[in-house]
Design a protein around this ligand. Sequence first.
Ligand SMILES: Nc1ncnc2c1ncn2[C@@H]1O[C@H](COP(=O)(O)OP(=O)(O)OP(=O)(O)O)[C@@H](O)[C@H]1O
Ligand SMILES: [Mg+2]
Length: 275
Amino acid sequence: MADALDAMATGRILSIIPGNTSGRTVKVNLVVAPNWYVFFKPRHRVHLFTRPQGEVGAFRLNRLLGMNHVPPAVVRTLDGSVIHSAFKRRGTPERLEQLQREVLSPATDDLTGALLLWVQGARNFEPSPALLGRMGDAGARLSPAEEVLIWDLSWMVILDHLTNNYDRHTGGNILRAKSGRLVFIDNGAAFGPDRDWKAARRKDLLRLLARHHPAFTAALRRLSPRVMAACAGDVLSARDLDEVLSRRDELVEHLAALERKCPTDCRIPRELEAP
Ligand SMILES: Nc1ncnc2c1ncn2[C@@H]1O[C@H](COP(=O)(O)OP(=O)(O)OP(=O)(O)O)[C@@H](O)[C@H]1O
Ligand SMILES: [Mg+2]
């Protein structure tokens, strides 16, 4: 992982392929020396959910808590004129136009975005309403495969709550790796100023967190202002860091209440390592 982070931060870019996924934003596939497949997500002036700091903050926080569900990410400034040329050669006219209108700046060639390691062989995964129903019902019987999914989805709810990411359930933002474990991509909406509607959505999603596990609570309790600052002080504001800690308290309270009310039957029956 350290090699990938170093390469993404400073490695030479060997090829630039305009992204061909559908969706609202311009993306770019890169190969970074010696041979890393990387996704570049530039900041869009018009879309608040494209903050590279959100991608990096979510990755760092997840690692800090001992989990491994978010692709390694860095913030990097690339040469916009080189990206522009690649889109002129190989992009669709629509994406070229969008790049010019929403991403590139007339004043500078600097183009800042998040670089994320590409997860090879993963597929998009949407939890079915039935699975989410069983997740929110601690009394529901789970198959062994569902136990693993519900571990990962529970951690997803926890991580999104901590990072205040409101953009998880809009489609295309969860991958399932070849191992069967889940990967949480697209964290560009995370952090930033809280809003009543974000708080309401975040609290509503706690209904899915119907099971507790000591590993979750222990990870959350390890967070302190000092470790948070060391982990992400270079990408998140002091206010972002403070707000993570108060949302952590909300989560610990939620999990502690579950544990008091339902110590055995509501415990996730599995012991899993980070994927
Ligand atoms: N690190 C990654 N590894 C593998 N596939 C990825 C990765 N990141 C993104 N993808 C694929 O690219 C798609 C779009 O990525 P992402 O969700 O991050 O962008 P987005 O901001 O939602 O863009 P848009 O709204 O334009 O779709 C994902 O649905 C997924 O299929
Ligand atoms: Mg997305």
